[in-house]
Each structure stands twice: as structure tokens, then as C-alpha cells.
Write a protein that binds this ligand. Structure first.
Ligand SMILES: *Cc1c(COP(=O)(O)O)cnc(C)c1O
Length: 221
């Protein structure tokens, strides 16, 4: 388990960027990982995790929360995978934040649930910075209007999230996302994965989402 090495690299990247220590949160992406590996990271004291699937998180996290949660050091689980509207109700009960708000119908559903519950997870708007046809996310040119609509619904917007195109240098996408956030008065930036989290920190990431570099390779199936 490479948690301490990754944390050290996060802190070093903050120093290189001239940013305060601790200004980047490390989300340990535990999707599809065996429970024993997740438990090791919890036992090492880490408390912030990311999941991609509602079903998997529902099976995994109530138990881990019961075991590891404490008032001073709460377990936090962030949804970083695509969210179907019909799973939104389950998701708002399970997650402390949702990084994949990517369309009007989901915003409307989350707003309704927030009104009924009186609280809502922190939200990040996913932006399709590469305008890739197969990828989720609001297109850059539609973002400002989308944010205005979310604010009109009283949704608690924390920031923006992106997954840059696989074959491209991530840095220009990170810089573009930071500009979009600044111009919309949003402080949160969820960007950077195992292969590029240091570049994301250099560009101002507040949340990096790192899976395989902490837990080892995922085996599906
Ligand atoms: C799986 C996943 C990650 C983590 O990817 P690694 O390359 O294993 O660090 C980060 N963000 C999202 C949205 C993911 O789906």
C-alpha cells in the first residue's frame, strides 16, 4: 500500500507550486478494490475516499463508516462516477460530495431531494473540457448558463471536475478548468488522477482522485 508515498508526493507538489500544505485533498479512489486493501488505508488513518458505483458504495461504506467514523475524523465518501437520475436519492444519502453533476435533469432531481431532506452533498459540476462526444460533462460553452441555473435552484456548488482526454497532455485541460472556476466564483477543483495528479496540483487542484497508485491495479470481473 503506497498511501504514505502518494501523500508525500502531494505535499511536495504543493510546495513546488507555492501552495499551502494541505490545500489539496487526496481522494483515495477505492472502486473495485478488495475490502482488505480499503481497510488497510483506513487503518493507516486515511478518511477520504472516492467511489464510482452507487451499488458498490452502498454495500461497502455503511460498514466501514460504522467501524472507522469518529466525530473529529469523519469518514468521507465522494461519488466520482456517472450518476443515473434514478439512483440520485440513494446517492444523496450515501455520499458527502458528488463530483459528477453533468446535466439539467440531474440538477433538478438533486434540488428536489435537497429541499425534501434539508441538506445536500457538496457538488462539483463535471466539465467535458475536451468536448469528447462519448464523455459525460457539461460542454465548456454551456457551463456558465448551467451554473447560473444550478444556483437558481439553491444547489450547493463547490467547484468543477474534469477528466481530460486520455491521449492528450492534461495540463492545458487543468488550466482551462481553473479559469472556468475562477470566472464563476467557484473555489473547488477536482482534477488529477494517478498519472497526472502533480500537474493538477500545479494548476490549482483542491481535490485529486488517485486510485491505482495507492491501492494497486484494479482487477475487474
Ligand atoms: C477510477 C477513477 C479515478 C482513479 O483513477 P486512477 O488512474 O486509478 O488513479 C479518478 N477519477 C475518476 C473519475 C475515476 O473514475
Amino acid at each position: 500500500m503506497a498511501l504514505q508515498a502518494i501523500l508525500a508526493r502531494v505535499r511536495a507538489a504543493e510546495v513546488s507550486a507555492g501552495r499551502p500544505s494541505g490545500s489539496t485533498k487526496l481522494i483515495a479512489v477505492s472502486k473495485v478494490q478488495p475490502d482488505a486493501r480499503v481497510r488497510d488505508v483506513l487503518l493507516a488513518g486515511h478518511r477520504l475516499f472516492g467511489e464510482n458505483y452507487v451499488q458498490e458504495a452502498a454495500a461497502k461504506w455503511p460498514g466501514f463508516r460504522a467501524e472507522f467514523d469518529s466525530p473529529l475524523d469523519p469518514v468521507q465518501v465522494h461519488m466520482i462516477g456517472p450518476l443515473q437520475t434514478n439512483k440520485a436519492k440513494q446517492a444523496v444519502a450515501l455520499f458527502d460530495a458528488i463530483h459528477t453533476l453533468d446535466r439539467e435533469s440531474l440538477a433538478e432531481k438533486l434540488a428536489k431531494l435537497a429541499q425534501a431532506r434539508g441538506l445536500c452533498p457538496q457538488l462539483f459540476v463535471q466539465v467535458n473540457t475536451g468536448s469528447e462526444p462519448q464523455k459525460a460533462g457539461v460542454l465548456p460553452e454551456a457551463l456558465d448558463a448551467f451554473i447560473t441555473n444550478c444556483r437558481a435552484m439553491d444547489l450547493p456548488l463547490n467547484g468543477l471536475m474534469c477528466i481530460p482526454p486520455e491521449a492528450e497532455d492534461s495540463s492545458p485541460h487543468f488550466a482551462a478548468l481553473a479559469d472556468m472556476a475562477a470566472r464563476n466564483g467557484l473555489s473547488g477543483l477536482s482534477m488529477g488522477m494517478s498519472g497526472d495528479f502533480e500537474a493538477a496540483i500545479a494548476a490549482g487542484a483542491t481535490h485529486v482522485r488517485v486510485g491505482s497508485a495507492i491501492f494497486g491495479a484494479r482487477s475487474y470481473g
